[in-house]
Write a protein that binds this ligand. Structure first.
Ligand code: BGO
Length: 267
């Protein structure tokens, strides 16, 4: 049986360079069904049973662009065996926004911090083991351009895929949000697998109008939304977004140091 690994990351993070490095000339290019968004698939060099799927470059798993919808429908509907989340190491704070959402999908995630050749030259430091601990996923450093670390990244992703162990849920929203998320999760039908419940609950809470297309039964969560909005005096989409930024900010403080700075600072 073949193993499917999806490449997910922001535009310009080096995804195409990594995809080419991992697959060489073993590539098939087409379009995603019904849309003019490019679909690229290839086989890992030297490993015919490992399929690498290149997803469109996206900033989030929100439903605002065609690319975001294509990427998330694939991740929810097709369920790759693992995700390689490529992160631009020179712009890590911005890239982690997508990462926090990928971690909620219940799919094993390997984070590949790319552009390490540039990071190293600049003198900036990224503490990979702390990053791994804060995110709850394995992290490797790569330079897609130079080809360093890319085969290790693929091997680790295949190992995670074979273990079938989803990324553990390290991140917790504020207690009030977690309580409401739990109530929403309890309303989800058995058509939603256990490991995907958090992702769907977050999307329902965010009033995501396209997520219903991926569900057999869409529970009414208007009471839960109204309760949280009243308690926190904000709309639920902003509440979730703000909480992600707080979490990312704490990760940057702990894991990244700018060149020439004694104390840890944000990029
Ligand atoms: C240009 N290190 C360095 N230094 N650069 C990298 C690395 C890396 O590890 N990985 C990728 N790049 P894409 P998406 C370019 O095209 O793979 C570079 O959108 C240029 N082009 O070479 O396309 C990569 O698929 C002229 O840079 O990203 C590319 O995710 C001048 O990052 C860019 C300088 O990579 C984006 C760079 C005409």
């Amino acid at each position: 049986m073949s193993v499917k690994i999806a490449l997910a990351g922001n535009p310009n993070c080096g995804k195409t360079t990594l995809f080419n490095g991992l697959t060489g000339s073993n590539q098939f290019v087409g379009n995603w069904p019904g849309v003019t968004v490019e679909k690229k698939e290839g086989r890992l060099k030297g490993k015919k049973d490992v399929i690498i799927m290149d997803l469109p470059g996206i900033y989030s798993l929100s439903p605002y662009t065609l690319e975001e919808v294509v990427a998330r429908n694939y991740l929810i509907g097709e369920r790759p065996d693992a995700i390689i989340n490529i992160v631009d190491g020179t712009n890590i704070e911005r890239n982690l926004y997508l990462s926090t959402q990928l971690m909620e999908l219940g799919i094993p995630v390997l984070m590949a911090v790319n552009m390490m050749d540039v990071v190293e030259k600049s003198g900036d430091k990224i503490n990979v083991s702390k990053l791994s601990e804060s995110l709850g996923c394995e992290v490797v450093e790569i330079s897609a351009l130079k080809g360093t670390g890319i085969m290790k990244a693929a091997e680790r992703a295949v190992a995670l895929a074979n273990q079938k162990k989803a990324a553990p849920k390290v991140h917790k929203f504020a207690v009030r949000v977690e309580n409401v998320l739990e109530a929403v999760e309890n309303k989800l039908g058995s058509d939603i697998p256990e490991e995907q419940k958090r992702f769907f609950a977050v999307k329902l809470l965010e009033k995501d109008d396209k997520i219903g297309e991926q569900m057999k039964n869409v529970p009414d969560v208007s009471m839960e939304i109204a309760l949280l909005e009243k308690e926190m005096e904000d709309d639920t989409e902003s509440i979730i977004t703000n909480e992600r930024y707080v979490y990312i900010s704490s990760i940057i403080d702990q894991c990244c140091t700018k060149a020439g700075k004694e104390t840890l600072t944000k990029s």
